[in-house]
Design a protein around this ligand. Sequence first.
Ligand code: NAP
Length: 301
Amino acid sequence: MVFLLTLHLMLLNGLKILINGKNINMHSSIDSYGVMGYPVSHSYSPEIHNLFALQTQQKIEYSRLQVSPDELESKIIEFKGKGGKGLNITLPHKTEVFKLADQITERASIAGAVNTLSFRNDEIFADNTDGIGLIRDLSINLKIPLKNKNILILGAGGATRGIISLILEMKPKSLLIANRTIDKAEMLANQVSHLGQVSTCPLNAIPAFKNYDLIINATSAGIRGEDSIYPTDVISNKTYCYDLSYGLKPTPFYEWAVNSGAHQSFMGWGMLVEQAAESFNIWRGIRPNTAPVLKKLITNA
Ligand code: NAP
């Protein structure tokens, strides 16, 4: 037992041991992961995954990889060829990587976007963990119920595509998607109509309705420093507001929600950590405890 424990620690720490007079390198190869984006310097993924690895005693290395669109395919193949085990994919590559995948999960297909690649048995598996990341943050961390609730989503881009099927799975009472470009909202609603009823409207024509239980901001307006239109008469003192965007300062949506008297308002830090935990679980088969990582990330940000 003691021997096994010692051997395990040696493997974990990559130590050399002497067997039959030979110096054997017991360095358990370090599994490589990374995040590819363009730009990628803003990504918190390396910090998050390194904290997960430390917590779960997994020996991995995780790099930030700035890769332009024209070199995306070759860089993924190169990373995999060198024995890399998995990648997170961030903007602007989330849709491009589809064509490289051998297997795609249903949630990634519905999202039309991929944020997690795994390399196993010479195959590329593609997944999207954004939706489950949001649902876990809302349901488990924040204890915000979704079943039988009225939900409004602002935006119909990649992030909304990533979360919509999982929100519908929670059986809300109503789901309205409001987007600046109405065609995109309608296309998305049609695409998921087999999963549940979704209404749509233009962002500047959201009907006044004080019974929203949850309003989710999935536009990129605030984070890009652009003005957005926020609806009037949609927030009551029972409404939760959740901005997928996050920042060192309160985002414009977060501030709008607080100033409009929302019950509680949140930024997307929890979703960020939860979607990473899901990727980590896919790669390592271990679900890290996200609470201490989230706390550390927000404190150090
Ligand atoms: P995207 O695909 O580029 O879509 C952007 C969305 O924002 C579209 O619906 C777009 O409307 C809308 N929009 C952009 N500028 C606007 C403006 N000035 N006024 C009103 N609407 C505007 O981006 P995405 O991938 O969906 O990401 C959206 C946000 O979610 C980003 O800020 C991203 O950082 C965040 N996100 C967070 C997490 C997390 O883990 N917390 C995960 C994923 C995404 P049109 O269709 O009319 O252009």
